[in-house]
Design a protein around this ligand. Structure first.
Ligand code: IMP
Length: 434
């Protein structure tokens, strides 16, 4: 079956957008299966940089169809803003090119207000959510109170459901969180307009994708966030509210189990995290500033969605092995190799030491007790050369080649590509190790 899956192997922000962009060249469909506009995928094409949150990054190619599966929670306001931005850039986003599953759930201003109020109420125990209403929308879905994209098809029904939802939200905002309430009439009005514009895009994505797969069309499933933020397998409770892992593709798109050609893990050459939660290889001070950048480039380590500076650290091989196991990865794409240029030496975490002195190559209880481990590092030589102009394996400095081979050995899967800059062409194909 012509299905490929791309997931982030860390805490998100691995540079998946540009990898999707590359893989889109040979894909007919590029589809999202989880999350919402908490994601931020940056694609640079020539002089133009697109920051996408909901629409699959593959849409910037002329031949692809983008789809949003049932596993998503969709804020129609963000979706329309993104459609507008793409339209202005001359990209066709007609219903022939963009499909939205009727079974995806909607995010309303009520969910956003609750997300922010809950976070504020958590005080020092904050998760550091993106404040986009993701958790409350998935909570409503699981508790069978959600609003679905399907509801946009019937205005009367939509107005009634929204009214009930907003009554409940306002009650909670005022009685539990003691914050201001929302203007229900205004929101219902807004949603009537969203319904009008989005109607032509609403289809049975599960059915169209199943048909496309049977017709041997190439489908690329584009993961949002990173697998360490998965609701079941991530560093709970510091996670997002959806299944990020590759196995989430089947439920998040509504397709039957079928063979997958490639399960590609996008892995940043170092590690980053936004929001709270354990981070064993985290760096501080000058070393961290060096990896993070100043924020003057779109690819510096500042959140695409929130603008928050990301926490950064050395590559964590223990978590990488966990990602390989959890997703059945067939290969890795190692991103941002260029950022490591100029470092005298590079550290990589190859194992954890537990408080009782035992060492682990994969954490024994998933990533539940990450904060209790001490990383064990191996030090590798750095390289001084700028990699941004390198396009061939043989032109990479020997130390950069050795770093890639080290990651392959440590993770047990081959690296197929390494990226050396944000532009489409700034990649190096990695030959299979003999
Ligand atoms: P939420 O998904 O907004 O509820 O946020 C939950 C956690 O996931 C927070 O730590 C966020 O910073 C993190 N998060 C959510 N989406 C992304 C993403 O696309 N990249 C990186 N972190 C994310």
């Amino acid at each position: 079956m012509p299905l490929n899956i791309l997931v982030g192997t860390q805490w998100g922000d691995e540079g998946k957008g540009r990898i999707v962009d590359l893989l889109s060249a040979e894909s007919d469909y590029v589809v999202r299966y989880n999350g919402g506009d908490n994601a931020g995928h940056t694609v640079t094409v020539g002089d133009e940089t697109f920051k996408l949150h909901l629409i699959p990054s593959g849409i910037v190619h002329k031949h692809t169809i983008g789809a949003l599966g049932n596993g998503l929670v969709i804020n129609p306001k963000s979706l329309l803003a993104e459609m507008e931005m793409l339209k202005e850039a001359g990209i066709d986003i007609s219903p022939q090119r963009l499909q939205i599953s009727y079974a995806a759930h909607l995010i309303t201003p009520g969910h956003i207000a609750l997300d922010r109020a809950r976070e504020a109420a958590r005080g020092t125990g904050q998760i550091g959510t993106t404040g986009r209403g993701i958790g409350p929308a998935y909570t409503d879905k699981a508790s069978r109170n959600g609003l679905r994209v399907f509801d946009l098809l019937d205005e009367k029904n939509l107005a009634e459901k929204l009214k009930t939802h907003l009554d409940q939200v306002n009650h909670r905002l005022s009685s539990i969180y003691q914050t201001g309430t929302l203007d229900e009439k205004e929101i219902i009005q807004e949603f009537m307009e969203y319904a009008r514009v989005l109607k032509p895009y609403i289809v049975d994505v599960a059915a169209t994708l199943t048909e496309a797969l049977s017709a041997q069309k190439m489908v690329l499933a584009e993961g949002a966030q990173g697998i360490l933020l998965d609701i079941d397998h991530g560093s709970y409770p510091y996670v997002t509210s959806s299944n990020v892992t590759a196995t989430g593709v089947f439920t998040g798109l509504g397709i039957g189990i079928c063979p997958v050609e490639r399960v590609i893990g996008a892995t940043k050459a170092f590690q980053s995290r936004v929001g709270a939660g354990p981070f064993p290889t985290e760096l501080e001070g000058e070393q961290a500033n060096r990896l993070r950048g100043t924020g003057s480039n779109p690819w510096d380590e500042f959140g695409t969605t929130t603008g928050r500076p990301r926490r950064v650290g050395w590559l964590d091989g223990v978590l990488l092995r966990y990602a390989v196991r959890l997703n059945g990865l067939t290969e890795l794409v190692l991103t941002k190799m260029d950022v490591l240029s100029g470092l005298p030496e590079i550290q990589v975490c190859t194992a954890y030491r537990a408080v009782d002195g035992k060492t682990y190559e994969i954490p024994p209880m998933g990533v539940t007790t990450l904060e209790t481990y001490q990383p064990i590092y191996e030090t590798l030589p750095g390289w001084q050369e700028d990699l941004m102009r390198v396009r061939r394996w043989e032109d990479l400095p020997q130390a950069a080649q050795a770093y890639i081979r080290f990651v392959e050995k440590m993770s047990g899967v081959p690296v197929c590509l390494a990226s050396v800059g944000p532009e489409r062409s700034q990649v190096v194909e990695v030959p299979r190790d003999a």
